[in-house]
Design a protein around this ligand. Structure first.
Ligand code: UT7
Length: 322
């Protein structure tokens, strides 16, 4: 059976990181409040000239190197972002040009924090149907550019960064095939106003700033994530006990703990990077995945569950054997 096999991961973070204490010098907040309510200690912030495409290109190069591939081997780039370099063209085309693999398919996907899961689902479908053979799936964001730095309820929560994976279409047989085994994606536009940006090209003609009713998002996140994880497990004919690693969207350590508890998943199996990266939206899942692959926790043959929930609302999960 033709499957999309993960053969490389990579990530990139801006050099500049900002601690909670530094934020507390500018706005009415404290290290204690942020750590206790979110688990966040630091976030990386893009410097002038550092963009969604430049971070994405660096993450992509590192993923290609890990896969032992050259840019010319790639015939599909799907890039998830809510902070594109420009309204158009797609940031994926800029990354394609930076890498020098022009001519294949390249486009962006907009599903905010679930963007990487949506991008992975789309790329997997295209690889399995033979539209492409080797894909770069990237999540990259510069949320610092759409934050209201006066709003303490949102600006402390987010950071910038990028993560990328290489997927290769391969014929996988046997009892333990590698590759993406099952994916489920959802959206519910009724909750648009709980997490959104108050601007855009066709409404205000401005970029806008992020607005969020955090408490309500939190409530929906725990329920939706536990549900979609169960759906994916059922599709794959597996149970939570079979999972080696959960790599969740890194929004809030309390959401991750609550989801793991609801599922009866030991916290040692949950990859957490939220303390150092904060919420990097579409970049957070591939960033965390890359950290756990590079530090040796996630190894070939492991069953890994990815999940995310964000603006829209959108949410989803994907199960793969790496
Ligand atoms: O990635 C997309 C998905 N996004 C999420 O998953 C985010 C989900 N939500 C959350 O992570 C949490 O709801 C937050 C971290 C955003 C907020 O935590 P909370 O425990 O739900 O706090 P809250 O919103 O109920 O606020 C509690 C208090 C409020 O004060 P009052 O009204 O009780 O006097 C806030 O004004 O904390 C206050 N507060 C702060 N205090 C210090 C809000 N932000 C801050 C802050 N520093 N930065």
């Amino acid at each position: 059976m033709r499957r999309s096999v993960l053969t490389g991961t990579g990530s990139a973070l801006p050099d500049r990181s900002i601690s909670n204490a530094e934020l507390a010098e500018r706005i009415d907040t404290s290290d204690d409040w942020i750590v206790e309510r979110t688990g966040i200690s630091n976030r990386h912030i893009a410097a002038e000239g550092e963009t969604t495409s430049s971070l994405a290109t660096l993450a992509a190069r590192r993923a290609l190197e890990a896969a032992g591939l050259a840019p010319k081997d790639i015939d599909l780039i799907v890039l998830a972002t809510a902070t594109p370099d420009q309204t158009f063209p797609a940031t994926a085309t800029q990354v394609q040009n930076n890498l020098g693999c022009n001519g294949g398919i390249a486009f962006d996907v907009a599903a905010v924090c679930s963007g990487f899961l949506y991008a992975l689902g789309v790329a997997d479908s295209m690889l399995r149907t033979g539209m492409a053979n080797r894909a770069l799936v990237i999540g990259s964001e510069t949320f610092s550019r759409i934050l209201d730095w006066e709003d303490r309820t949102t600006c402390v929560l987010f950071g910038d960064g990028a993560g990328a994976v290489v997927l290769e279409a391969r014929d996988e047989t046997g009892d333990a095939p590698r590759g993406i085994l099952a994916t489920r994606l959802h959206a519910d536009g009724a909750h648009n106003q709980l997490l959104f940006v108050d601007g855009g090209p066709s409404t205000t003609g401005t970029v806008g700033k992020l607005r969020m009713k955090g408490r309500e998002v939190f409530r929906h996140a725990v329920v939706n994530l536990a549900q979609v994880l169960q759906e994916v497990l059922e599709d794959a004919g597996l149970t939570i006990g079979d999972i080696d690693w959960l790599v969740p969207h890194q929004a809030n350590a309390r959401i991750l703990d609550a989801t793991a508890k609801k599922l009866n998943l030991p916290s040692e199996k949950v990859v957490m990077t939220v303390a150092q990266h904060a919420n990097t939206s579409a970049a957070s899942v591939p960033l965390a995945l890359d950290v756990a692959v590079r530090d040796g926790r996630i190894r070939e043959g492991d069953l890994v569950m990815l999940e995310a929930m964000g603006g829209g609302f959108t949410w989803g999960a994907s199960l793969l054997r790496v």
